[in-house]
Design a protein around this ligand. Structure first.
Ligand SMILES: [Zn+2]
Ligand SMILES: [Zn+2]
Length: 340
C-alpha cells in the first residue's frame, strides 16, 4: 500500500538529526500582532537571515501582502509553534474579496496595505510592546485609543512613508536612523480616541470589550453582526465628515475624496448613532444640503446606498436603519410638497 503523502517541509526546516532547529523555539505569536510583525520578531530572534529573506523563503509574496494559508503553515513549522497560534494573525485567503480579521469578515479594502505597502504605527505602543499591532493595518484605524494619539505613517527622520523594510520592527530602515518609537504623534480628542476604542472593541480587542458592548446595545445595531456595525460606522462617518458628495455614496473606501481622518469620521457617526434616530436624521440633512439639486432628487441620492446596503443584511440586521431612512424620506416628501 502506498504511503500517504508526507507534508512538504520547507527546505532547511529539519536539522540533520531530524529535530526542529532549537533556536527557533520559544517565540510565541501574539494574537494582536500582524504576520509581518511575527516574521520580523522571529528573524530577529534567530539572527540567521533578514525578515525579508525569511518571508520569501516561506512563500510570502512580499512581506506586506496577504498570505496563503500554506505560507502560514510553513511559518508554524519553521517556528515550531502550533498552527492555531498563528491563525489570529492570518487575514484570510488572498483571493477572497473579504478580509478575515479575528473571525470577522470585512470588505477587502479594510486592509491599508492592499492599496500601498505602507504601514502606520503608534510610537508609544511600539516601544512598550515591541510588536506591530494588527489593527494598525486597517484602513479605518488611524489613532491609538490607549495613548490618545494619531497613528504615524511617515518617518520623522527621512520623511518618507513608513514601509516594511530593514531588519527592525521599530525602525524605518532608512539611513537616517528613523527610530519609530521616537516619532512625534499628534494628540486626538477624547471622542476620536473613544470612537476608535469602540471599533477595536467590536473587533474583539479585549482592552475595549466594554466600549464594544456599549455600541452593540444602541438601537440600530441590536441584530447586526459586529463586522456590519463597523461597516455602518465607517460608511456613514465618511459621508458625514465629507465636505462635498463622495464619488461612491455610503462607500466603504475613502477613495481620496475625503481629507478627514477615519478617527474623526468614526466620532461623527458614533455621535449620530448615540442620538438615534434624531442624530442620524441630522447627518442625512447635512448630506442633503451638499447636493445642489431639488429636495426629492437629493433625498434619493443620500439614501439609496444606505438602503441597498442595509436591506439584505442577515437576520433582519438592517431593519432599524431602513426604518429610520423611510421615516426621514417621509419627512422629506412633506418638505418637498410644502415648498412651492
Ligand atoms: Zn499607543
Ligand atoms: Zn526613515
Amino acid at each position: 500500500m502506498p504511503l500517504p503523502p508526507q507534508p512538504r517541509l520547507p527546505p532547511g526546516y529539519l536539522s540533520p538529526e531530524g529535530a526542529p532547529r532549537p533556536h527557533s523555539l520559544g517565540l510565541t505569536p501574539s494574537a494582536d500582532e500582524s504576520l509581518q510583525s511575527y516574521i520580523f520578531r522571529l528573524a530577529n530572534r534567530r539572527r540567521t537571515e533578514t525578515p525579508k529573506a525569511l518571508g520569501e523563503r516561506l512563500g510570502f509574496k512580499g512581506l506586506a501582502s496577504r498570505a496563503s494559508l500554506n505560507s502560514v503553515e510553513r511559518l508554524a513549522l519553521e517556528a515550531s509553534v502550533p498552527f492555531e497560534s498563528l491563525l489570529p494573525l492570518w487575514r484570510g485567503d488572498p483571493h477572497s474579496p473579504f478580509v478575515l480579521f479575528w473571525n470577522h469578515e470585512l470588505p477587502g479594502s479594510a486592509l491599508d496595505f492592499g492599496l500601498q505597502e505602507g504601514r502606520k504605527v503608534c510610537p508609544e505602543c511600539l516601544a512598550e510592546r515591541g510588536r506591530h499591532l494588527a489593527v494598525w493595518d486597517l484602513s479605518f484605524i488611524s489613532s491609538c485609543p490607549v495613548h490618545r494619539k494619531a497613528l504615524v505613517d511617515k518617518c520623522h527622520a527621512c520623511e518618507n512613508p513608513i514601509k516594511w523594510k530593514g531588519n527592525g520592527l521599530a525602525w524605518c530602515g532608512c539611513r537616517k536612523g528613523g527610530d519609530l518609537t521616537k516619532a512625534p504623534a499628534a494628540p486626538v480628542t477624547p471622542e476620536q480616541a473613544n470612537a476608535t476604542a469602540c471599533v477595536q472593541g467590536l473587533l474583539g480587542d479585549p482592552q475595549f470589550t466594554e466600549e464594544g458592548t456599549g455600541v452593540l446595545a444602541l438601537p440600530p445595531f441590536r441584530n447586526m453582526a459586529h463586522a456590519q456595525v463597523i461597516e455602518f460606522l465607517v460608511r456613514l462617518g465618511l459621508d458625514a465628515a465629507a465636505t462635498r458628495p463622495r464619488r461612491y455614496f455610503f462607500g466603504f473606501e475613502n477613495m481620496g475624496d475625503v481629507e478627514v481622518p477615519p478617527h474623526e469620521a468614526l466620532a461623527r457617526s458614533l455621535a449620530a448613532v448615540r442620538n438615534w434616530p434624531a442624530g442620524f436624521h441630522a447627518e442625512l440633512d447635512n448630506m442633503r444640503r451638499l447636493h445642489l439639486t431639488d429636495v426629492t432628487t437629493a433625498t434619493q441620492k443620500v439614501t439609496k446606498g444606505i438602503v441597498r446596503w442595509a436591506t439584505p443584511l442577515p437576520n433582519g440586521g438592517g431593519k432599524e436603519v431602513v426604518r429610520a431612512v423611510a421615516e426621514w424620506r417621509r419627512a422629506a416628501r412633506e418638505l418637498a410638497a410644502g415648498t412651492p
